[in-house]
Design a binder for this molecule. Structure first.
Ligand SMILES: Nc1nc2c(c(=O)[nH]1)N[C@H]1C(S)=C(S)[C@@H](COP(=O)(O)OP(=O)(O)OC[C@H]3O[C@@H](n4cnc5c(=O)[nH]c(N)nc54)[C@H](O)[C@@H]3O)O[C@H]1N2
Ligand SMILES: Nc1nc2c(c(=O)[nH]1)N[C@H]1C(S)=C(S)[C@@H](COP(=O)(O)OP(=O)(O)OC[C@H]3O[C@@H](n4cnc5c(=O)[nH]c(N)nc54)[C@H](O)[C@@H]3O)O[C@H]1N2
Ligand code: SF4
Ligand SMILES: [Mo]
Length: 762
């Protein structure tokens, strides 16, 4: 047995990418601390980071494949038997209906797992080559509005500037709670420390949120807002800015922005007086908010999921960048800066199917409802009807990868039922949970401590240019495939080879060779015009290591596959277990970062502005008496950390937060159950009376609803909570981006205490 050892690894649990020190003795983790030597995070960590050992040791974590028997029970089998079973269920569907009858769900942990993030593109790409129409992801309950705005304004769907937290003197946060999330589409270690730093150096932090979150509590000002009305408020701020002559047109943006005056003209109807009653923010406050931004030296706005997963998510997100432009903040120190990722990723490439200049949406439509695609995706809730509605093109085979849509997708009851009837379902997942319990076969990946780790996407939103690569802490049991090998096997199967017979090494060469060839033959890629065979030969290793070598070498500090001697390769990065810090945020980079057809920031685009009519109609709509919003908790991670006992101590977290005035009006008692009902369904949750809420808004966390028969989650199942997505109606989504509305859903709340138990006897 090995003696004590100390392993530097990067935490894979959120976008903060903290460096951790994992101390082990033999096969046991003895402690996990923040790593002060990590070039990026310098010792920061949160409670989640300390539980990687618990995840590794979780007796419920799957170490062997599972196959569903006829009685519905899952039993462990050998890998060979699992591949046979996957073939047995998948092949007849593919033969009879073609790959059109197949779809893939790409869950959130894919983005935090280098094996999956490197190879999911292969599964989707090969699936589409075989005839699969589309795939699904929680992107449409998340940042799809930001992707639309990034693509149209800056040219890339993953291209958007982040607030310069270290230098701004006036930060306005909308729809984000970094105190829980640790920052999203904004990666920085100790994000709350940085936000507090703004106030400490004499600046101001304003949080606009229907709930007085911990982020809002620490801010200089909390502005409660009626859910779903951010776009109205932001339009009114733009209107006020313009009518006072406060729009800034700094030198560095001269000739680099188109459409600012048009956007300002579009703000004309949205006066503070007109939007105030809808937003629940007084006209006086709107003017004060505007003046605060206008008079600050380095103002910047930042918005996140609460401003995305709402009725006008795209317009709200768009207006954040319009305002950042109108304040002269874009690409300027102290404002909104474009990060410079050290590692190039295929994600940063315009997808090959977007072959016209600019971006096209609505190139095809969903089969059942005819919803136009956005970046190849429909709202996630569409998946259920595509499975349960018969006809040509019906989805009959489903591969889920690190996702739990039975919990995370609005309208989840229908998806749950639909998955119960599907002909073939294969899950690449580490737990037997609410979704994977429907799978005919579950193929588990390695634990977070048994695999390499590196991040790609999040460095594109990060406050410094770093590169890190973590080696596995523990060797996996022999004979276990890594997840990239599982994905390649499934990719080969979709192309026609029986699952057990796929030559994974050959598939790896096929995929990476194909990617390199695409890079060499497409314009505007780091390999454009180069020789594909020679470029492929220059790469070292296999699997994610080879792709990481490619990304590092094609990055700004890389060796450009040998053309820039002394530049970095994966081997160099591996020599630096605490990572390499290569650059800090800078301004004046528009030439480098803009890839719109005009080469300018294109603020106005019909795909977005066509939605303004819908927004105007919202003003005259009768107010809902009560609406529901979502929340996150520091000790949860969407649906899947509830099986870690160390994170589950303390009070029940799956409560419905209700303002005291609403509680009194609705006769709700703190701690007692209430029934929450929407057009989609109803559920019961304990009431937590809290003046954190603005009146008229109640709040449930997402990610709960455990305790389902057939799952293997001993701890989670003793704290089941309720699934808030039973309440979120599938038909509510933001039109330009296909993003589901999980904030601002009209609801009713009634006491669920039986009459005779009520203290007053009523
Ligand atoms: N601990 C922990 N960390 C996580 C996660 C987790 O589950 N747990 N999840 C990760 C994931 S997948 C993501 S996408 C990120 C998300 O990161 P964040 O965007 O920071 O997410 P939330 O904490 O949900 O904060 C959203 C805020 O929006 C507010 N809100 C709701 N409706 C509206 C509205 O209409 N207008 C405005 N202005 N605000 C509104 C909510 O009250 C809430 O405070 O977090 C990541 N980090
Ligand atoms: N109402 C409401 N709904 C929401 C949200 C909200 O704010 N409100 N937020 C949305 C957002 S932002 C997101 S990102 C989604 C998340 O939605 P999903 O991605 O569908 O759900 P997760 O809960 O992240 O599920 C992760 C799954 O990955 C598995 N897993 C964990 N680690 C690994 C691994 O290393 N390998 C493999 N193969 N599997 C692994 C877990 O077992 C679990 O099944 O939820 C969305 N749904
Ligand atoms: S903040 Fe995020 S990356 Fe850092 S320890 Fe916590 S979960 Fe891990
Ligand atoms: Mo997310």
């Amino acid at each position: 047995m090995a003696g004590p050892a100390d392993h530097p690894v990067t935490c894979p649990l959120c976008e903060a990418m903290c460096g951790l020190r994992v101390h082990t003795e033999g096969n046991t983790v003895t402690s996990i601390r923040g790593d002060r030597d990590d070039v990026w995070s310098r010792g920061h960590l949160c409670p989640k980071g300390t539980v990687l050992g618990h995840l590794h040791d979780d007796p419920d974590r799957l170490r062997e494949p599972m196959v569903k028997r006829a009685n519905g029970e899952h039993v462990p089998v050998s890998w060979d038997d699992a591949y046979e079973e996957a073939e047995r269920v998948l092949r007849p569907v593919l033969e009879r209906h073609g790959a059109r009858a197949l779809t893939v769900y790409v869950g959130n942990p894919v983005a935090h797992n280098v094996s999956l993030s490197s190879y999911i593109g292969g599964l989707i790409g090969m699936g589409q080559a075989a005839g699969m129409q589309t795939y699904y992801s929680p992107g449409t309950v998340d940042q799809w509005p930001l992707n639309v705005v990034g693509a149209l304004l800056f040219g890339g769907m993953w291209n958007a500037p982040i607030p310069d937290l270290d230098r701004t003197d006036h930060l306005v946060v909308l729809g984000a709670n970094p105190a829980a999330s640790q920052g999203s589409m904004l990666s920085t270690p100790d994000v709350m420390g940085k936000i507090r730093g703004i106030s400490r150096r004499g600046g101001r932090v304003v949080v606009i949120d229907p709930r007085r979150t911990r982020t809002a509590q620490g801010a200089d000002e909390w502005v409660p807002i009626r859910p779903g009305t951010d776009a109205l408020l932001l339009f009114a701020i733009l209107h006020t800015l313009a009518s006072n002559g406060w729009v800034r047109r700094p030198q560095h943006l001269q000739g680099r922005v188109t459409g600012l005056d048009d956007a300002i003209a579009m703000a004309a109807p949205f006066t503070p007086e007109r939007v105030a009653p809808v937003c629940g923010v007084t006209a006086v406050s709107i003017r004060r908010l505007t003046a605060g931004l206008a008079h600050a030296g380095n103002p910047v706005l930042y918005s996140r999921i609460g401003s995305c997963t709402q009725e006008f998510g795209s317009l709200a997100t768009w207006l954040v960048f319009v305002l950042n432009t109108a304040l002269g903040a874009i690409d300027r120190l102290g404002g909104a800066l474009f990060p410079k990722p050290a590692v190039w990723s295929p994600m940063f490439m315009k997808p090959p199917d977007q072959d016209a200049p600019g971006w096209q949406f609505g190139r095809y439509h969903s089969r059942v409802q005819g919803i136009p695609e956005v970046f190849g995706q429909f709202p996630i809730s569409v998946l259920a009807e595509e499975i349960d509605t018969p006809g040509d093109g019906q989805i009959r085979a489903f591969i889920s990868v690190a996702g739990n849509p039975v919990i995370s997708a609005p309208g989840s009851a229908r998806l749950d039922a639909a998955l119960g009837t599907i002909d073939a379902m294969v899950s690449v997942d580490n737990w037997l949970n609410e979704t994977t319990r429907h799978a005919h076969v579950i193929l588990p990946g390695l634990s977070p401590l048994e695999r390499f780790h590196a991040d790609d996407l999040y460095w594109n939103y990060a406050t410094a240019s770093c590169v890190k690569w973590s080696e596995p802490v523990f060797a996996p049991d022999s004979g276990r495939p890594a997840e990239w090998e599982i994905l390649l096997r499934l990719s080969g199967a979709v192309l026609g080879t029986p699952v057990p017979d796929v030559d994974v090494a050959a598939m790896d060469d096929l995929y990476v060779g194909g990617l390199v060839a695409t890079l060499c033959t497409s314009p505007d890629t780091p390999l454009a015009g180069r020789d594909a065979a020679a470029s492929f030969e220059a790469l070292r290793g296999v699997g994610p290591e080879r792709l990481a070598d490619l990304g590092i070498r094609l990055g700004p500090w890389g060796d450009d596959l040998g053309r820039r001697p002394g530049g970095l390769t994966l081997d160099d990065v591996r020599d630096h277990p605490n990572g390499l810090r290569l650059g800090e945020l800078e301004g004046d980079r528009l030439d480098e970062v803009l890839s719109t057809p005009s080469g300018t920031i294109e603020l106005v685009h019909p795909h977005l502005t066509a939605d303004i009519n819908r927004l105007e109609r919202r003003i005259d709509r009768e107010a809902d008496e009560l609406v529901l919003i979502s929340r996150r908790h520091l000790r949860s991670n969407n649906s899947w950390l509830h099986n870690v006992p160390a994170l589950m101590r303390g009070r029940d977290r799956c409560t419905v937060l209700v303002h005291p005035a609403d509680a009194a009006r609705l006769d709700l008692i703190d701690g007692a159950p209430a029934e929450i009902t929407t057009s989609a369904g109803s559920l019961t949750a304990p009431v937590e009376v809290s003046d954190e809420m603005m009146p008229g808004v109640v709040c449930l966390p997402h990610g709960w609803g455990h305790g389902v028969a057939g799952t293997r989650l001993a701890t989670a199942n003793t704290h089941p909570g309720s699934n808030s997505n039973l309440l979120n109606p599938p038909e509510l989504f933001d039109v330009p981006s296909n993003t589901q509305v999980v904030n601002g859903v009209p609801c009713r709340v009634t006491s669920a205490v039986s009459q005779d138990l009520r203290p007053s006897g009523r």
